[in-house]
Design a protein around this ligand. Structure first.
Ligand code: 6GU
Length: 229
């Protein structure tokens, strides 16, 4: 899979892919992540990528030309299943969307800045618009990193048994159960006895119970949606 991210602030996207699971996925060549600086495509003599909004009002708008040229240069080299625009007024990201996107071959992600991009980019070049929640970020870069992380970890071969995504919260509309590690007694704070009993079946049942309990307490809306329990 290839993920190409288009941004005016490429430095913001260095950190998230430089460590841990995402770095390993890139090193293993399971995913290729390209970060593309939109400014390099600007034909303006000062490499401008934004301009005042028609009709007035505060804030700058990202212009079409550099974005269009950047998208076209990538399209000339690869076929894309989706060209996603990160925007707070998009469809809200959830595990189902990440699952779906993790099965695609190539995706492009456009990060907005300032007051956003010229609407004609969204009308003519973008296939899907995604938000990561009801709050406003300064730009789409952190949201693009969140989206990429949630997708990449689901690609077969990225996680091993120990980090398996099957036991993640949300994967079956249930939150994950509590987890514990050594020591079994930390200054009188003990772990549930069942977990040190060695009874695998009982442990599995306990974990499922805890998952349901936790979901009922914290996210009853998930149980409504799942209608499984
Ligand atoms: Cl995708 N972009 C920005 N700028 N803010 C957001 C967002 C995206 N999702 C939630 N807030």
């Amino acid at each position: 899979m290839k993920i190409d991210i288009l941004t005016v602030l490429p430095k913001l996207l260095e950190g998230p892919f430089a460590d841990s699971i995402l770095k390993r996925a890139i090193d293993k060549e399971i995913v290729q992540v390209g970060v593309h600086d939109i400014r390099k495509f600007s034909k303006d003599k000062h490499q401008k990528v934004d301009d005042y909004a028609f009709g007035g009002g505060a804030g700058m708008v990202m212009t079409i030309q550099p974005i269009h040229d950047c998208i076209e240069s990538l399209k000339a080299a690869n076929e894309y299943d989706e060209i996603i625009y990160m925007t707070p007024d998009g469809e809200q990201l959830n595990q189902q969307i990440s699952n779906e996107l993790s099965m695609k071959k190539n995706i492009m992600i456009l990060c907005g800045h300032y007051k956003g991009v010229d609407q004609r980019v969204r009308d003519h070049l973008i296939t899907r618009e995604i938000s990561i929640g009801d709050y406003v970020l300064s730009g789409g870069e952190l949201a693009a990193a969140v989206l990429s992380d949630s997708i990449i970890r689901l690609i077969p071969g990225v996680l091993n048994d120990e980090t398996s995504a099957l036991s993640d919260s949300f994967q079956d509309d249930l939150l994950a159960p509590p987890v514990y590690t050594r020591p079994a007694d930390y200054n009188g704070w003990t772990v549930p006895e069942i977990l040190t009993s060695g009874h695998l079946k009982k442990i599995e049942d306990w974990r499922f119970e805890q998952s349901v309990l936790r979901t009922k307490e914290r996210r009853p809306d998930l149980l409504e949606r799942g209608k499984k329990h």
